[in-house]
Design a protein around this ligand. Structure first.
Ligand SMILES: *[C@@H]1O[C@H](CO)[C@@H](O)[C@H](O)[C@H]1NC(C)=O
Ligand SMILES: *[C@@H]1O[C@H](CO)[C@@H](O)[C@H](O)[C@H]1NC(C)=O
Ligand SMILES: *[C@@H]1O[C@H](CO)[C@@H](O)[C@H](O)[C@H]1NC(C)=O
Length: 306
């Protein structure tokens, strides 16, 4: 999560603006604030100002930084596929599978909204272990969803309605273009989540999936450990989603893959002990088995969870 290329790329784009601003302010800390001036018109191609009531600072470093950010953004957008055939070919080349059903409709929508077409490498990487597990054991995905649905329903039914949303585990289903949710509220974010999923329901094939309704991960499984693929489709955890260490620090220190490296290259330190989720998770209830669980949060380090 901390080192995802998305974050790094965007940090590279956006950090210079505040940084240059701070440097410029530090140049003369004792000067009186300049009288407000009429803002000159921004040069052509500079990012539009988000809110008209925020006074613009068009000092030279700011202009240069904004123009540089705009150039980076334009470069990313200009590299995207322009036709469906091109997008489908790139998708297949990257993922070694054909695009999913209704990709043509997604392409038309994404293009209309000026969204990225091809730049989803992080998502492809995050999903890869699930495709590999499913290819290794063809009944794995379906069987885990069946098991999860049974367990989550019976456990949720034993809770008071108020606690059911906090429990945060549920099986959901796309069926004939409609979203089917369980009889209990599956998450504290049900209003937004269900609204979002309903929007895409007409395009989805029929399938069931498991949802993590909380905003912290639940699956503690290192997909990059030796022999992990063979273990991924076995069950080892006798009480899935009931491992509740408190504090969580010693538990994570003991788990493979819970190290966060301080740098991309050269000598690196494990800085996992300054990551608040590891030291003291707000919610626990983990499993150490590899479950196909849809989550709102990206995988932490190399831990499994989509
Ligand atoms: C984009 O979508 C809007 C709203 O559905 C539609 O009105 C518009 O014609 C579309 N534009 C293009 C270029 O497809
Ligand atoms: C496939 O996965 C399911 C679910 O984890 C498991 O019960 C089954 O034993 C696995 N089959 C093989 C051949 O590993
Ligand atoms: C660490 O892992 C070992 C071996 O799996 C286990 O016996 C021990 O209880 C674990 N300690 C903690 C704090 O989880």
């Amino acid at each position: 999560m901390l080192r995802s290329p998305w974050r790094i790329r965007h940090r590279r784009i956006f950090i210079p603006i505040p940084l240059l601003l701070v440097l410029w302010l530090l140049r003369n800390p004792f000067s009186t604030p300049p009288a407000p001036q009429k803002s000159p018109t921004p040069p052509h191609g500079v990012l539009p100002t988000p809110a008209p009531d925020v006074p613009l600072d068009f000092d030279p470093p700011s202009i240069a930084a904004r123009a540089s950010a705009q150039r980076s953004l334009d470069a990313v957008l200009s590299r995207q596929s322009r036709t469906l055939a091109e997008a489908a070919a790139r998708y297949t080349l990257k993922t070694r599978r054909p695009p999913p059903p209704n990709y043509d409709q997604w392409f038309a929508f994404a293009q209309n909204q000026s969204c990225l077409i091809d730049s989803y490498d992080q998502i492809f990487r995050d999903f890869e272990p699930y495709y590999q597990a499913a290819a290794t054991n063809r009944s794995w995905f379906r069987e885990m969803v069946r098991r999860g649905q049974e367990q989550f329903l019976s456990e949720a039914q034993m809770l008071k309605p108020k606690r059911q949303a906090t429990y945060g585990l549920a099986a959901l289903e796309f069926k004939k273009g409609k979203l089917v949710i369980p009889t209990y509220r599956p998450t504290n974010y049900a209003d937004d989540l269900v609204r979002q999923l309903n929007k895409i329901a007409p395009f989805m094939p029929n399938f069931k999936f498991l949802l993590n309704g909380r905003d912290e991960p639940r699956v503690v499984f290192n997909t990059q450990e030796q022999g992990a693929l063979a273990r991924a489709t076995e069950s080892g955890d006798p009480s899935p989603f009931h491992i509740s260490p408190s504090p969580s620090g010693p538990f994570f220190r003991n788990q493979s893959g819970c190290d966060i490296l301080s740098a991309e290259d050269g000598f690196v330190d494990d800085i996992g002990d300054i990551v608040s989720f590891f030291i003291s998770s707000a919610s626990t209830d983990f499993t150490t088995d590899f479950w196909p669980l849809l989550s709102k949060i990206p995988p932490v380090g190399s831990l499994g969870e989509v």
